[in-house]
Design a protein around this ligand. Structure first.
Ligand code: NAD
Length: 362
């Protein structure tokens, strides 16, 4: 029986397909942009230039200084540039880092945003912004940062390096997994979360084997879109808290950390969220969800140990303390020693605890 729920849809416009980036000028026009600022990282300057050309007269300037974790000093530099050139809109071309810069500028200016995502992070679908100042990362949720328009163009993802395709895809799956056991879960978001896991689990092995496979890339981007919707719609739990802690306090890379932690976080929660765990397993086509995610990461050649991402064994105690010091909703209560054990498994790359016993019981 369907239990009571609340559903709140977010206002956004999405274009999806192959060659959709060609419509960026028309989309900028719909938002009233006449002097757009194109944002990117240094590495994606070429893709940003392609978009600038497509914007034609509507392009005022480009800023290619986006970096991971949205440092406030970078935002202020871009903001000064935007004001000097009197831009009236933002076009972010890239992954979560570039989208984050656009959101940070929008927070301070209310400028309209078009995002053209090139990874599977999903930030373009969320009213969430994480920013770093003096080494401290804080996250806020406000409709002011939600992009107006997202243009998903599969062709811009074809060059996403294989390792980042795998880890970014697992990062996306993590949003959908936690959405299934969120305290504010609802049938619409659960439906699209299951669809998202299915699409990504099907597409990612093909993407890794054959990065230029357009159909698999389209499937992966479609799954990533749905995962982003889930992230923006409902609250996340232990997995996201652990990744936020490991990224924010130990400077671990974003997508890789998600890839390593996810099977362990799900193993921790599975017993307390059996319906969600079963739905994840079904979407993956396996008997056990946590073991299935671990197997998928191995199959994709994604990292499976925190030590390989630069964490030190001596950091594990502090990471467990930080991840459990403030209460937040999670299916299984946060027990500091059990979380320390989870981190130990993830550090060494062991199979997620409890998966063998559950498989034997099945
Ligand atoms: P990223 O944006 O940092 O990109 C990683 C690197 O890959 C960059 O150098 C980028 O230029 C390059 N790259 C991206 N797409 C490429 C492509 N198609 N071809 C070649 N190179 C490409 O990585 P990410 O994982 O997308 O984003 C991570 C950041 O996003 C983190 O700071 C995270 O906190 C944030 N994030 C925020 C939200 C949110 O809702 N606020 C959601 C997810 C992630």
């Amino acid at each position: 029986m369907t239990r009571s729920f609340t559903f709140g849809g977010l206002p956004m416009r999405v274009l999806f397909g192959h060659g959709t980036v060609d419509q960026v000028g028309a989309e900028a026009g719909l938002l009233g942009m006449r002097r757009a600022l194109v944002l990117s990282t240094l590495e994606q300057r070429d893709q940003a230039e392609q978009v600038a050309r497509l914007l034609g007269d509507r392009h005022a300037a480009s800023f290619d200084g986006a970096v991971m974790h949205t440092p406030v000093e970078v935002t202020e530099r871009a903001l000064g540039f935007a004001r000097e050139l009197e831009v009236d809109g933002l076009v972010a071309v890239g992954g979560g880092s570039t989208t984050g810069l656009g959101k940070a500028i929008a927070l301070r200016t209310d400028l309209p945003q078009i995002v053209i995502p090139t990874t599977y992070a999903g930030s373009e679908m969320t009213p969430i912004l994480g920013q770093t100042e003096n080494g401290l990362k804080t996250t806020q949720r406000t409709p002011k940062v939600l992009p107006e328009t997202t243009i998903y163009d599969v062709s811009l993802t074809l060059g996403l390096p294989v390792r980042l395709s795998a880890t970014s895809g697992l990062n996306a799956i993590a949003h959908a997994v936690e959405a299934l056991y969120a305290p504010d879960a609802n049938p619409i978001i659960s439906l699209l979360s299951r669809e998202a896991i299915r699409a990504l689990a099907r597409a990612l092995p093909v993407v890794v084997a054959s990065p230029g496979d357009v159909d698999a890339r389209a499937d992966a981007l479609y799954g990533a879109w749905l995962c982003g919707v889930a992230l923006g719609a409902v609250g996340m739990g232990l997995h996201h808290k652990l990744c936020h802690t490991l990224g924010g306090s130990f400077d671990l890379p974003h997508a890789e950390t998600h890839a390593v932690v996810l099977p362990h976080a799900l193993a921790y929660n599975a017993g307390a969220a059996p319906v969600a765990a079963r739905q994840v397993a079904e979407a993956l086509g396996v008997a056990d969800a946590a073991a299935g995610l671990h197997g998928l990461a191995l199959r994709l050649g994604a990292p499976t140990t925190l030590v390989s991402l630069g964490l030190r064994e001596s950091d594990l105690d502090r990471a467990a303390d930080l991840a459990t010091q403030a209460a937040y909703p999670n299916p299984r209560p946060l027990a500091r020693d059990a979380i320390r054990a989870l981190l130990d498994d993830a550090f060494h790359g062991r199979a997620p605890s409890g998966t063998a016993t559950r498989e034997q019981a099945a």
